[in-house]
Design a binder for this molecule. Sequence first.
Ligand SMILES: [Zn+2]
Length: 167
Amino acid sequence: MNSATALWKLVNHKHKRVLIKDASPARFGMCEQHPHKENEYYDKLTSKAHCSICAIAMAQGQVNSEKGNLITLEHAYKQAKSQTQQQTDDISERRKTMIKNEMERIQADIQTIKTQAQNAQERISEIVEEALKELFKKVQVKINALKADRLELARQFGEIRFMNDYL
Ligand SMILES: [Zn+2]
């Protein structure tokens, strides 16, 4: 549990859920050991809040606690708030990067589809061109055959006329 999460739990203890940015130090509550004293300090190690009486006892070594772990709740709150802000900024940054990557991927897909369509169009043009060439070739062969037939018939016609002239 990081300190922001711990402080969140602390702030929301016996309170309705509020965003940490909306929480104020006034919500930190009363000390568990000294219910008449308000919590003013925060133990970074145990994530617990303490009043000034507790803090003095800890500083004097009367309570088993690592020195230097106590900070004011005000400070802990500000730290947690800036940490939460940092996390929010990180998430926004990651989200922005993700969206940017997604947009680039879509752009690349569009480019791929465009290229594929262009290639298909070129291939179709080639096929049509080849088919037309093939068709013209066949037509030419037929025309040539018919011309040859006509020539042969003309020759035979001429031959008959020639023979008739001499009969
Ligand atoms: Zn206390």
